[in-house]
Design a protein around this ligand. Structure first.
Ligand code: NI
Length: 139
């Protein structure tokens, strides 16, 4: 566990008021310091995401209609061809037509972005989002 260091921050009072509202929304377990730490980690993770050589963990969520012709097969094909980077996948039947798939990946930023784009590019995928984090070097 690294040592906690205190420092002071100056900001406009209206920004501070909005920040305190955010702290309150995050619940009793969070205080100003913890929310600041979360925000700094988010910013650093985003920066790593920009570095193509950095290992990241990505979660891709997609929604699609399983009746669309051959869609499930195409999605499976893409996933099988990247089985070394896809560490888990979960399929949820949302209703009679729609499916949600959550695909967890681990690898170099550039590769994860490529796989996500390949899956999002499959015709019939209605919506998707890639969320990234790192393996914890500074978390
Ligand atoms: Ni389904």
């Amino acid at each position: 566990m690294s040592e906690l260091v205190r420092f002071s921050v100056a900001m406009p009072d209206d920004l501070l008021m909005q920040f305190d509202n955010l702290v309150a929304r995050r619940g009793l377990a969070k205080n100003r310091s913890e929310v600041i730490r979360d925000l700094v980690r988010d910013a650093l993770v985003d920066e790593e995401w920009d570095n193509p050589d950095q290992e990241i963990v990505g979660t891709l969520s997609i929604v699609f209609n399983h009746h669309a012709s051959d869609l499930q097969n195409k999605l499976d094909q893409v996933q099988h061809s990247h089985h070394d980077k896809i560490i888990s996948a979960m399929h949820i039947h949302l209703d009679a037509h729609n499916c949600l798939e959550v695909i967890a990946m681990r690898g170099m930023s550039e590769d994860i972005r490529f796989i996500a784009d390949s899956i999002l590019g499959v015709k019939g995928v209605k919506h998707g989002r890639l969320t990234t984090t790192t393996t914890g070097r500074f978390l």
